[in-house]
Every structure is written in structure tokens, then in C-alpha cells.
Design a binder for this molecule. Structure first.
Ligand code: PYL
Length: 272
């Protein structure tokens, strides 16, 4: 998993409104609508219940330490979605105690290996990897007008790719999976036998017009595989497209560094 840097996230908060508008334009739905779609629900299923929740975001200092702006960015995304939220003043265990004392019933916290949302009343937990994959697959489903019987190439068979593949097979897609580590493909196929292994990336890119790019590799998709009807949902950090590819793909690309993942985590831990 790529570790975010302060530079990756420093503009997220200021650009949230514009990014949401961009999603409405390219995907046809807002950030919140994409998140609830990833759960096969509708926004109205949560209407009138936002006030039941208070979200505490807790900075965690273990390992490589706190990323400047990370907790604040998570909190601002949660706030943008309409939920009462705060970043704790303290960190680690003190921050957890502070969040509970201040009435948080949902907490977000991340160390170097895990980023989770926890509903401390119901016990529901959402992992950022699965939620990000699910959210991006939902965005592709909406952008493509439905994935049923469509072929989607998934590049990257880690937790994010697996979350995406689970959503897409559930929507009737034919999922081709490529990963530089064949063992990851096999592990994904053990969980999702209907997914098909793609042995050679460029061969798979020739036949795919719908792509999930869920790798930490930059510049993994050559521009000759970006066709007029190609659509790409790319949770991978850094983005696997070079500048030429981005110019060709235009508005048929979804990519961010935290927004869709955090939104998909949040709605996943709300009560039914
Ligand atoms: C959650 C992100 C998405 C991509 N990579 C993941 C990452 O950077 N994980 C590390 C997060 C560390 C946060 C730090 C803090 O500021 O609380 N412990």
C-alpha cells in the first residue's frame, strides 16, 4: 500500500466542492451517492439519520508517524458528506479516550498498515482497502451505465482490487484480473472463482474498455490502449496514467487519494 504524503492530500479539503461537481459530471452521481451505490443502497435510505452520528478522527503516531493533514482531511470529507465530526486534540490511546468522551459513536484511525472506520455502538468495521475498491467499482458501474455482462480489466489484486472485484462480480461483470504477483491473482480467485486470470497485461488491455487500476505503479497503462470508449476508475496511488493518457481519457477517468474511500467507509458503518 502506498503511504500518502502531506503533499498528496494538502488540497483535498479546498477542492472537495469542485471534485464533487466533477463526479456529478463524469460519473453522473455525487460522492455520497457513489458511496451508497457501492452498498447497493440509495441516499434516501439514510435520510434523517445523519444527526444520530458523531465521527471522531484520531491521529495515530506509531510506525512512520502522523501524516500532516491526514486526520483533518478525513474529517473534512466526513463533514462535507453532512456528518458532525472532529479531529481529537490528543493522539493514539489518549485520542481514542477523548473521542469517546466527546460522544463519538464512529471513529476513524489509521496506522501504517490499516485505516479503519469503526461504529463503536454496533461494532461495524470498514477497512479502507475494501471500501475504496468497492467505491471505485461503484463509480465505474455508474459511469458505464451498468457492468452487467460487461468485461472489466482489474489491474491489481490486493485488498483494493479484491473489494472492486467483489462488487463487480456481484453486478454481473466478467472480471479479468492481472497482477504482477500471480499469487495475488490466485488468492483473489479463491475468494471469487468467477474472476478470470489475465496472464499478459497488454493482451488484456487490447480487449478491455472498462478498467480498474488498483496498483501502486505509475504509468502502467500505455496510451495505445486508451480507446474512444475506454473508462478508467483508478484508486491506485500514484495514478497509473501518464500525462498523454490523461489527456486522451479526459472525463472518462475517476481518481482521488482519499475521498471515495472515506465516503465508502463511512456509509458502510452506519446502522441499517
Ligand atoms: C489510507 C491511505 C490510503 C493510501 N495509503 C494509506 C496510507 O497512507 N496509510 C498510512 C496512514 C498513516 C496515518 C497516520 C496518521 O496521521 O494518523 N498514522
Amino acid at each position: 500500500m502506498t503511504r500518502l504524503r502531506a503533499d498528496d492530500i494538502c488540497n483535498v479539503n479546498a477542492e472537495l466542492m469542485d471534485y464533487n461537481q466533477q463526479l456529478v459530471h463524469t460519473v453522473g452521481k455525487s460522492l455520497a451517492e457513489i458511496a451508497v451505490h457501492s452498498l447497493n443502497k440509495k441516499l434516501e435510505d439514510f435520510a434523517g439519520r445523519y444527526d444520530l452520528y458523531t465521527v471522531g478522527v484520531i491521529p495515530v503516531s506509531c510506525g512512520e508517524g502522523i501524516i500532516s493533514g491526514f486526520s483533518l482531511t478525513v474529517q473534512k470529507i466526513v463533514e462535507f458528506l453532512g456528518f458532525r465530526s472532529f479531529v481529537t486534540e490528543d493522539k493514539d490511546v489518549g485520542g481514542l479516550a477523548e473521542a469517546v468522551r466527546k460522544g463519538a459513536n464512529i471513529i476513524f484511525l489509521a496506522d501504517d498498515d490499516n485505516f479503519v472506520a469503526i461504529n463503536i455502538v454496533s461494532g461495524k468495521v470498514s477497512d479502507n482497502g475494501e471500501a475504496t475498491g468497492r467505491g471505485y467499482a461503484a463509480a465505474l458501474d455508474l459511469m458505464a451505465g451498468g457492468l452487467n455482462k460487461r468485461t472489466v480489466l482489474l489491474i491489481g489484486a490486493g485488498p483494493v482490487g479484491t473489494g472492486a472485484a467483489t462488487f463487480m462480480t456481484g453486478r454481473g461483470a466478467r472480471v479479468l484480473v492481472y497482477d504482477i504477483d500471480g499469487d495475488k491473482v490466485e488468492k483473489l480467485r479463491q475468494a471469487l472463482p468467477e474472476a478470470e486470470a489475465a496472464s499478459e497485461l497488454n493482451e488484456a488491455l487490447v480487449q478491455a474498455r472498462l478498467i480498474i487500476e488498483a496498483t501502486p505503479a505509475a504509468d502502467i497503462i500505455d496510451q495505445k490502449y486508451i480507446f474512444q470508449d475506454t473508462m478508467i476508475a483508478a484508486p491506485g496511488i500514484p495514478l497509473g496514467l501518464n500525462r498523454e493518457c490523461k489527456n486522451i481519457i479526459g472525463g472518462r477517468l475517476v481518481h482521488d487519494v482519499l475521498e471515495i474511500g472515506v465516503a465508502s467507509m463511512l456509509f458502510a458503518v452506519l446502522d441499517e
